[in-house]
Design a binder for this molecule. Structure first.
Ligand code: FNR
Length: 357
């Protein structure tokens, strides 16, 4: 029987994956405080539905950065899909395209962006970039990504250094198994061939000047991923980026950052409707998405659930994840008396009076 929920799917994926690979996907940094907080925040916030509004079947279609999408749910960039399933990123791309959903390809994908684009066959791809201090390499990669037809660059800004993931250290999981590598990290070699992949560099020297450089280096829309401070949201507005993705990297970078859901309202206030806002971290149910939309997000992104679908059943598993969340969101909106995202607002939210005492 198919998993009834994304949590059941995680259990199925755990049964199928090597323990070290499961931990690599599931784990977070340090004490995993942030990892737990992301999911828990959704459970703590109640929904108070409206009734008898006669809105009809909820309409989920929307446009993000000029891209039509069947629902406000984007696939977040996650590394190493071939570690979850031999079909890897190709399977994810096929499932996303079939569902009319946007897939963000990780810079650390184990399939080259050109091959993912081919598998996606007309689906919408965004590309996640860790700005490399070697700007020549970064620029060459941007040209590859543009040529492959990606429609936006999602620049991850929460990783000046790599978070400390103790599960991986304990499991000795520090390198990809032989035969797998970060295919986008192969530089151009002689005669159009590609050389061996270089490691992804993280840099404490990155600054807003690099975002300015990026702005001039491409006409693709730029999404800043990993903003959690309202002061940085204001900076993003001034620097001419096109969207922000409120994210604490699924609890994998700085531990003890609060849940993204809790950080969203001040960021939405700082942005004041001038840029689209996405949020990721702990989205596991349709009701979670309603809550994020009610607090000011235009869309959400999902990380681990896609890996669980992929590990459980390849392309069909990712399709199942997207369909499960789509139908849960549709049901939750209908139960709240909402016919579209514009009906979803803070009036639906309830903070428990018992918790405040
Ligand atoms: C990630 N994430 C991530 N982010 C990014 O910008 N580049 C990357 O390569 C990766 N890789 C990655 C691998 C794995 C295994 C995980 C779990 C996460 C973070 C990801 O984009 C997203 O922010 C979180 O996964 C969202 O939280 P949930 O949905 O997993 O709770």
């Amino acid at each position: 029987m198919k998993a009834l929920s994304l949590r059941e799917l995680e259990a199925e994926a755990q049964r199928r994956l090597e323990p070290g690979a499961y931990d690599l996907f599931a784990g977070g940094a340090d004490d995993e405080v942030t990892l737990r907080a992301n999911e828990n925040a959704f459970a703590r916030l109640g929904l108070v539905p409206r009734v008898l509004r006669g809105r009809g079947r909820p309409q989920l279609e929307t446009t993000l950065l000029g891209c039509r999408t069947s629902m406000p749910i984007v696939i977040a960039p996650t590394a190493f899909h071939r570690l979850a399933h031999p079909d890897g990123e190709r399977a994810t791309a096929r499932a996303a395209a079939a569902a009319g959903a946007i897939m963000t390809v990780s810079m650390a994908s184990t399939t080259a962006i050109e091959e993912i684009a081919e598998a996606s066959a007309g689906g919408t791809l965004w590309f996640q970039l860790y700005l490399q201090p070697d700007l020549g390499f970064t620029e060459a990669l941007i040209r590859r990504v543009e040529a492959a037809g990606c429609k936006a660059l999602v620049v991850t800004v929460d990783s000046p250094v790599f978070g400390r993931r103790e599960r991986d250290l304990r499991n000795g999981f520090t390198d990809l198994p032989s035969g797998l590598c970060c295919e986008n990290m192969r530089p151009a070699g002689p005669g159009g061939t590609r050389g061996p992949a270089r490691p992804i560099a993280f840099s404490e020297a990155l600054s807003w000047e690099h975002i300015d450089w990026l702005r001039k280096s491409t006409s693709l829309p730029l999404v800043l991923k990993g903003l959690v401070h309202p002061a940085d949201a204001k900076m993003a507005l001034e620097r001419g980026v096109d969207a922000v993705l409120v994210s604490n990297h699924g609890g994998r970078q700085l531990d003890t950052i609060p849940a993204t859901l809790e950080l969203l309202p001040p960021i939405a206030e700082a942005i004041g409707g001038r840029l689209p806002i996405l949020l990721d971290g702990g989205i596991r149910r349709g009701t979670d998405i309603v809550k994020a939309l009610a607090l000011g997000a235009n869309a959400v992104a999902i990380g681990r659930p896609v890996l669980w679908g992929l590990a459980a059943e390849g392309e069909a598993g990712v399709a199942h994840v997207l369909e499960t969340l789509r139908s849960e969101l549709e049901r939750a909106m209908a139960l709240c008396g909402c016919g579209s995202a514009s009906d979803v607002g803070p009036e639906l939210l309830h903070v428990s009076r018992w918790e405040k005492q």
